[in-house]
Design a binder for this molecule. Structure first.
Ligand SMILES: Nc1ncnc2c1ncn2[C@@H]1O[C@H](COP(=O)(O)OP(=O)(O)OP(=O)(O)O)[C@@H](O)[C@H]1O
Length: 223
């Protein structure tokens, strides 16, 4: 298995306030799976994704990613691990407005010290995979919402990560564009055997995943 969480508890504290966002939660996700995390607002979906990916730390329990206990990594090591093995897709796109599509996509490769020629070649290849070659030199403001999300997907996958995390990847899109983006994610998952974990409110999106994990009040409901 690629992801294993055991008895995970996550508590947010600010002053006197204390919110237990994840409560004694355990799960496993296999290599190549596409899993949708669903549940009502505030049940802990984003918190779970942030903890599983090592973006945030946990209070109790253990999370193993490909056998590595995240607890044993320093924050710096976790950041490096994410850069090498993980891709992130968020709903607000997070694209840099001053850069063109291809420049946005190649950025993670330049950060990981790939030569600029190789990075450009790989970024263009990835834009082709998501069907956006014709828009490579457009800036985000010159693209539609669906096209921007495709650039985000290309950027998340450009370094061929084993694991892809997506928080509401279709959240800002109309239903037709959302279906297209989901189709693209399913194709990439199938063709490259990458593991996808996505948080979504949309039933039609979640039902296309291999498995739905339903959360309530920081716990997973039995399936
Ligand atoms: N930084 C924080 N500080 C304190 N409480 C937080 C923080 N982030 C989230 N919470 C609380 O933790 C709980 C889980 O939040 P989370 O964002 O994981 O829910 P969610 O299921 O993703 O919700 P939504 O579907 O609305 O995005 C909520 O009760 C929320 O108010």
């Amino acid at each position: 298995m690629v992801i294993k969480a055991q008895h995970v508890t996550k508590i947010y504290r600010s002053g006197q306030l204390r919110v237990e966002a994840l409560h004694d939660l355990s799960l496993t996700i296999e290599q190549g799976e596409m899993v949708a995390i669903m549940g009502p607002s505030g049940c802990g979906k984003t918190t779970l994704l942030n903890c599983l990916s090592g973006l945030d730390t946990i209070d109790e329990g253990d999370i193993y990613i490909r056998g590595q206990n995240l607890r044993d990594l320093s924050e710096r090591e976790r950041t490096a691990y994410r850069g090498q093995h993980m891709g992130f897709i968020f709903q607000d796109f997070n694209l840099l407005p001053v850069l063109t599509a291809v420049e946005n996509v190649e950025l993670p490769l330049l950060v990981s010290k790939m030569s600029s020629r190789k990075a450009r070649w790989r970024a263009l290849e990835m834009l082709e995979v998501v069907g956006l070659s014709a828009r490579a030199r457009h800036r985000p403001a010159e693209l539609s919402g669906g096209q921007r999300q495709r650039v985000t997907i290309a950027r998340a996958l450009v370094n061929n990560p084993a694991l892809v995390w997506a928080d509401e990847p279709t959240g800002n899109l109309d239903s037709e564009t959302a279906a297209e983006v989901m189709e693209l994610l399913l194709r990439l998952n199938r063709e490259q055997n990458q593991t996808f974990v996505l948080v979504t409110h949309a039933e039609t999106i979640g039902q296309q995943a291999h498995r739905i994990i339903t959360m309530r009040d920081g716990k997973i409901l039995p399936s």
